[in-house]
Design a protein around this ligand. Structure first.
Ligand code: GLN
Length: 293
């Protein structure tokens, strides 16, 4: 007997619930939609449509993988972030809603038609910089990552979003080799999990996401020590930065940026009210007031 869409969704929910997964309702819906080539509306508008045997087999495979804690983003190969859809592989950090806090803050002060140059350090899938470029048509970006595989994912995402013409991608070690005073805006979601904490993370993250994108040394702050002075170096005077942080890193990261000379350093909270983004500006050039004689 073949399942219809509604039955498939209900039985998928039950299986994921039984496996003790945290978001069984949404996960089940996403997996059924993908396995049955259905849109979100189909489950409501056409609930009795039968799955083909191939679709049922595909759903079985997806559910099996999810029960083994493979993230939905890896099973589907994509993840929505801000207003865009991104291809995702195990070589990049799956974009998280927390990171949208960076985009939200940046866009608030980013004039619609400003030709700003934007740098994303540790670009990964391209989630942050592509969201920004998608909304600011005159902006240009550079994304740097140490992982060639991650850059391939970002390149692919830039292409299918029609943004490849405005995003350069470069393999590199953070800002090494970049000249100073160059960017209007620098964003980054660097790896910030302390090494000893990695093993305590949920299996979806611990076993499936790239360590390279997660691990921030003994105290999680290793990369900010490099990044704070370097971000201040590559920013133009008056330029802004916004970096994601762990929920308990506000004081330490703010201090690093203040020591590096940043002004207006502040921390923004994510939707869950946790400290999530440290932002600030590089001191603008003195404007000399000339009096007419
Ligand atoms: N927020 C991510 C997590 O908790 C980590 C992201 C990062 O290290 N940049 O899994």
């Amino acid at each position: 007997m073949s399942l219809n869409l509604l039955q498939a969704w209900q039985s998928a929910k039950k299986r994921l619930e039984t496996a003790g997964l945290s978001g069984p309702v949404i996960d089940a819906r996403l997996l059924v939609e993908a396995a049955a080539d259905a849109t979100r509306a189909d489950i409501v508008a056409d609930p009795y449509r039968a799955l083909t045997p191939e679709q049922e087999a595909r759903l079985e495979d997806y559910l099996n993988r999810r029960e083994h804690r493979e993230p939905v983003s890896h099973i589907l190969g994509r993840k929505g972030f801000w207003k865009i859809m991104l291809n995702v592989t195990p070589d990049v950090l799956t974009p998280r809603p927390d990171t949208e806090t960076v985009v939200e803050w940046v866009l608030r002060d980013f004039p619609e038609h400003a030709a700003w140059s934007v740098l994303d350090l540790g670009v990964g899938s391209g989630a942050i910089i592509l969201s920004i470029l998608a909304e600011r048509p005159a902006a240009k970006g550079l994304g740097i990552d140490v992982s060639e595989e991650a850059l391939a994912v970002a390149r692919d995402n830039a292409a299918h979003l029609g943004l490849a013409g405005r995003l350069a991608l470069l393999r590199g070690d953070w800002t090494a080799g970049l000249e100073g005073d160059r960017f209007d805006l620098v964003v980054s979601n660097p790896p910030y999990i302390a090494s000893h904490v990695i093993e305590t993370l949920e299996p979806e993250v611990r076993d499936h996401e790239p360590r390279l994108a997660l691990e921030g040394g003994d105290d999680g702050l290793m990369h900010y020590r490099t990044l704070a002075p370097e971000i201040l170096r590559v920013l133009k005077p008056g330029g802004r930065f916004a970096v994601e942080i762990g929920f308990d890193q506000k004081d330490a990261v703010e201090a690093l940026f203040r020591e590096a000379g940043a002004q207006g350093v502040q921390t923004l909270k994510d939707l869950g009210e946790r400290d999530r983004v440290v932002a600030g500006v590089k001191k603008p050039l003195e404007t000399k007031v000339r009096l007419a004689s």
